[in-house]
Design a protein around this ligand. Structure first.
Ligand code: NOJ
Length: 737
C-alpha cells in the first residue's frame, strides 16, 4: 500500500515535470538529481520549510507529531523510542502527507543501540579502527532493525580537558588518532551501501571546537587561535567527511565570538568551499534558538536568519525555522532558491538511504532477530578487553588461586547502570553483568567477600568498618571505585576530577588498616586525578565504562585470561588544577625539566609532569624496543622517511603492543608541539619473539598551519621517537632540506 503511494508520487512528479525517465529513476547521480529536482518543483514553500525542521518526539504528544508529519511541517523526528512509533509516523509521512516524502528518523546511537559497547573514550584506548568500525556496524544493524535511519555520531571532538564531561564520548586528545577512528566509525555506520536497510547515516559532531570549552565547563565559550582550530579540532571532521559522512552537526559553543551554529567561516568557507561537503548540516538541540542567549541574535527570527544564511540546513528543535522561515522568505531576506538548496541536500540524504524506495527501516521480525545477538555480545566483550588500560602493576596481577579469597569493596562493584556509561541508548541495566557477579562466577561465592563501603557520591562513612573487616579476612583486596554514569557525558562537567564522595577516604582507611595487596579497578568516563591511589595501591586497572560485558571483561584481565593491551588516549593529571593537559603541548620558554627550581613553567604545589602520559598502558608481557634505523637522514619535502626498529617480547606471555611514532619539529616559524603522533601499530608478539616494525612517513605529513593558515613544511631538524607511549622510546632525528 505505502510503496504504491511512493510509486504514485513518482508518476505524479514525472508527469508534472514531463520527466518520464523519472519513472525508472535509479541510483545513478543523474536519476537522483532528476528525482530531487522534480520533487522540489512540486513542493510548496511550507513543505520545503518542513524538510528543514527536526523535532524531538519526546517533547510533543503523539497526536501532535502525527499532525505535523501529515501536514508536511517536519522532515525529521528523533527519540521515537520504539519501532512501532517509527513505523507509524513513517506511515503517516508516506501515506497521509500530500507528497508522501519519508521522514529521516534520528537517534543518538553513540556506543551501541541495545548491545552497549565501551564508551567511545574507552574504545579509543584499543587504538584499533577495526574494533571501532565493527562496533559501529553492529550499532547500525540494531538501530536500523528498530526503525532508525540516522545516528548523531560519531562524536569527534578533540578533548584536552578532563573536567569536560563529554570527553567520555570522543576518542581523546589526539587529532591523528581521532581522525582515524572517526573514519572507522563512519564506515561502520554507513557501510559501503547506504541504501541497504541495515545501514544508517553518520553525523560527526559537534562542529566545531566544542571540546575547547573554557574551564572544561559544558556549553562554555571557546576562544582558540585559528591555527589551533585547523591543526587540532578540524582534522577528525575532515576525515569523517572524506569517509563519506553525509550529515554534520553544528555545535552549541561560540568560537572566538561567533557561535558555531551561525558561523559562516566554519560552515561555509571551510565545510562547503574548502572541503566540498555536499551533505546537510543539522544544528545541535536548540542551538539556533540559543543564538539569542549568546547575544548574537536579538530574537528568534534573526536567529533563524543568521543560522540559515551561515549554512545550517536543518534545525534541531528550537522552532525558529518552523516559526519564522516563511516570513523571512516572503519579505525577501532569504531567497526561495536558498531554501531549495538546503531541501535538496536533505532529500539527497533521504534518497541515498533508499527511503524513496522503501521508507520502512526495521520490522518486528528484524527487531527480534537482530538485537543482542550472540555474536554482538561476543564483540562487546572483545572490544571491552581491548579498551581496558592497566595503569599500575607491582607484581600483583594477574590473580592466581593463592590470592583468594578476595575482598571486593567499593560502590561500583555491584552497579550495572553505571557500567553502561552516558548515552547508553536502549541499553538496559539487566543486560549488564556487574563486576561482582562476574567475580563470583569466576572464583565462586565462597572466595568473594563483598561490602560496598560507601556510596559513589554523598552518603557517609558508616560502611567503612564492615569494609575493613572483610578486607582483613581476605588475601587480596579489590577496590572498585569511580564515577556514576551521569557524572560524565553531556552537562557532566566536574570541577574536581578526583574520586567523588567518600571513596578516597575509604581507600585510605583500607590501606591504613591492612597490609594486603590492593588492586584498584576504576569505573569512570574521564581521566581522574588519582595520585594517592597511584602512590599507595599495588595495581590500578582503568576499566572506564565498558557496557554490557564490563564485569566479565574485568575478570578476564584480573585473572590473566586476557593480557591487557589498551593504552591511554588522554593524559592523566596529578591534580585537577593541571587541566587542560595534553601531551602535544608547546615547550614554552621555560620548560620544567631536571631538578625542581623556581622560574619555570610549573606549579609550586605539585611535582613536575603528568601522572600517566598519553599512549601509556601496561601489559603482562614485557616489551623491549631496540635497533632503530632511520633513512634517509636528510630528505626533501616530497620524500618519504623510513623508520625501522625491533620489539622483543622478553616475557613468557604472548601480548599485544601498541607501538607509536612521534615527531617534533625543533624550530619553526610557528612554535611546534613537543611531540606529535604520526603513526601507530598494534601487533601481537609471541613469548621471546622479536618483531621488525617499519613505518613510512611522507615528509608532507610533517607540516603545520602558518600564520596565513597555509599548510607548510619548513626545512630544518626534526626529532623522532618510537616507543610504547608519548613519554618513552628510542630517539632519532632527521633533516628536511
Ligand atoms: C544535544 C547533544 O549535544 C547532541 O550531542 C545530541 O546529539 C543532541 N542533544 C540530540 O540528542
Amino acid at each position: 500500500m505505502e510503496i504504491k503511494k511512493l510509486v504514485f508520487i513518482r508518476i505524479l512528479i514525472a508527469v508534472i515535470s514531463l520527466e518520464i525517465p523519472l519513472l525508472f529513476c535509479n541510483n545513478t547521480e543523474r536519476g537522483e538529481n532528476k528525482f530531487i529536482d522534480s520533487l522540489i518543483s512540486v513542493m510548496t514553500l511550507d513543505e520545503k520549510i518542513g524538510q528543514l525542521v527536526q523535532i524531538d518526539y519526546g517533547t510533543i504528544s503523539h497526536e501532535r507529531a502525527v499532525e505535523l508529519v501529515r501536514e508536511g511541517k517536519v522532515g525529521s523526528l528523533f527519540n521515537l523510542g520504539i519501532l512501532d512509533n517509527c513505523l507509524k509516523l513513517q506511515r503517516t509521512a508516506v501515506e497521509e502527507s500530500r507528497l508522501g516524502i519519508p521522514l529521516i528518523i534520528g537517534q543518538d546511537v553513540i556506543h551501541g543501540f541495545r548491545t552497549i559497547f565501551p564508551i567511545p573514550l574507552a574504545e579509543s584506548c584499543a587504538w584499533d579502527p577495526k574494533i571501532s568500525e565493527r562496533n559501529a556496524r553492529i550499532a547500525a544493524i540494531e538501530a536500523s532493525a528498530c526503525g532508525v535511519h540516522w545516528t548523531f555520531a560519531p562524536m569527534v571532538d578533540i578533548a584536552r580537558d578532563a573536567r569536560w564531561g563529554r570527553i567520555a564520548e570522543g576518542s581523546g586528545e589526539d587529532p591523528y588518532l581521532g581522525s582515524i577512528l572517526a573514519s572507522a566509525k563512519v564506515r561502520g555506520f554507513q557501510s559501503n551501501n547506504l541504501s541497504k536497510n541495515n545501514t544508517i547515516v553518520a553525523c560527526p559532531k559537534h562542529y566545531v571546537a566544542y571540546g575547547a570549552a573554557e574551564g572544561g565547563r559544558d556549553y562554555n565559550t571557546v576562544e582558540i587561535s585559528l591555527i589551533t582550530l585547523h591543526e587540532i579540532y578540524l582534522p577528525p571532521f575532515l576525515s569523517a567527511i572524506r569517509e563519506g559522512a553525509l550529515t554534520i552537526m553544528s555545535a552549541f559553543n561560540e568560537i572566538n565570538g561567533v557561535p558555531a551554529s551561525a558561523n559562516p567561516y566554519t560552515l561555509k568557507s571551510i565545510l562547503r568551499d574548502n572541503w566540498k561537503f555536499d551533505g546537510f548540516v543539522v544544528s545541535d538541540y536548540n542551538a539556533v534558538n540559543e543564538l539569542i542567549a549568546h547575544g548574537f541574535a536579538k530574537n528568534m527570527k534573526k536567529a533563524a536568519m543568521k543560522a540559515f544564511l551561515a549554512g545550517v540546513d536543518m534545525e534541531m528543535m528550537g522552532y525558529t525555522y518552523f516559526n519564522h522561515m516563511k516570513e523571512l522568505v516572503e519579505e525577501g531576506t532569504i531567497q526561495e532558491e536558498q531554501i531549495d538548496k538546503s531541501v535538496r541536500r536533505i532529500l539527497k540524504v533521504k534518497y541515498r538511504l533508499g527511503l524513496f524506495n522503501d521508507p520502512y527501516y526495521g520490522n518486528k521480525e528484524r527487531e527480534q532477530k537482530e538485537i543482542l545477538k550472540k555474536e554482538f555480545v561476543k564483540q562487546a566483550r572483545q572490544s571491552a578487553r581491548e579498551s581496558i588500560v592497566l595503569l599500575k602493576n607491582e607484581g600483583v596481577l594477574p590473580i592466581s588461586d593463592k590470592d583468594l579469597p578476595l575482598a571486593v569493596i567499593g560502590p561500583l562493584a555491584d552497579s550495572k547502570e553505571d557500567l553502561l556509561g552516558s548515552w547508553s541508548c536502549y541499553g538496559r541495566p539487566e543486560d549488564v553483568i556487574s563486576i561482582l557477579e562476574a567475580l563470583r562466577e569466576k572464583y565462586s561465592d565462597r572466595n568473594i567477600l563483598y561490602h560496598k563501603g560507601c556510596e559513589i557520591i554523598g552518603g557517609n562513612k558508616k560502611g567503612f568498618q564492615k569494609a575493613i573487616k572483610i578486607a582483613k579476612k581476605a588475601k587480596t583486596i579489590l577496590l572498585v571505585l569511580g564515577e556514576a554514569s551521569w557524572m560524565s557525558g553531556e552537562a557532566g562537567s566536574r570541577a574536581y576530577i578526583g574520586l567523588p564522595g567518600y571513596q578516597l577516604e575509604l581507600a585510605k582507611e583500607i590501606r591504613r588498616n591492612t597490609n594486603k595487596p590492593i588492586i584498584a579497578i576504576l569505573v569512570n568516563g574521564r581521566p581522574l586525578a588519582i595520585k594517592w591511589l597511584a602512590d599507595n595501591v599495588d595495581a590500578i586497572v582503568e576499566s572506564w565504562q565498558l557496557g554490557i560485558q564490563h564485569g566479565p571483561t574485568v575478570v578476564d584481565i584480573l585473572s590473566g585470561d586476557y593480557n591487557p593491551s589498551g593504552k591511554l588516549t588522554v593524559t592523566f593529571p596529578q591534580a585537577t588544577g593541571q587541566e587542560p593537559i595534553y601531551y602535544n603541548h608547546k615547550n614554552t620558554g621555560r620548560p620544567p625539566v631536571g631538578e625542581r627550581r623556581r622560574y619555570v613553567s610549573w606549579y609550586v604545589d605539585l611535582p613536575y609532569g603528568v601522572l600517566y602520559p598519553f599512549g601509556y598502558g601496561l601489559s603482562y608481557s614485557k616489551f623491549d624496543y631496540h635497533d632503530l634505523e632511520i633513512y634517509p637522514r636528510s630528505l626533501s619535502i616530497n620524500d618519504t622517511l623510513h623508520i625501522k626498529f625491533k620489539i622483543t617480547n622478553k616475557s613468557n606471555i604472548a601480548g599485544k603492543e601498541i607501538t607509536q611514532l612521534y615527531i617534533r619539529d625543533i624550530s619553526a616559524s610557528i612554535t611546534r608541539p613537543v611531540k606529535e603522533l604520526k603513526r601507530f601499530k598494534k601487533i601481537m608478539i609471541s613469548p621471546k619473539e622479536t618483531v621488525k616494525i617499519e613505518f613510512k612517513l611522507p615528509i608532507r605529513e610533517c607540516g603545520f598551519y602558518n600564520e596565513n593558515l597555509e599548510y607548510v613544511i619548513e626545512p630544518g631538524l626534526f626529532k623522532l621517537w618510537v616507543g610504547p607511549n608519548s613519554a618513552e622510546g628510542l630517539e632519532g632525528e632527521f633533516i628536511v632540506k
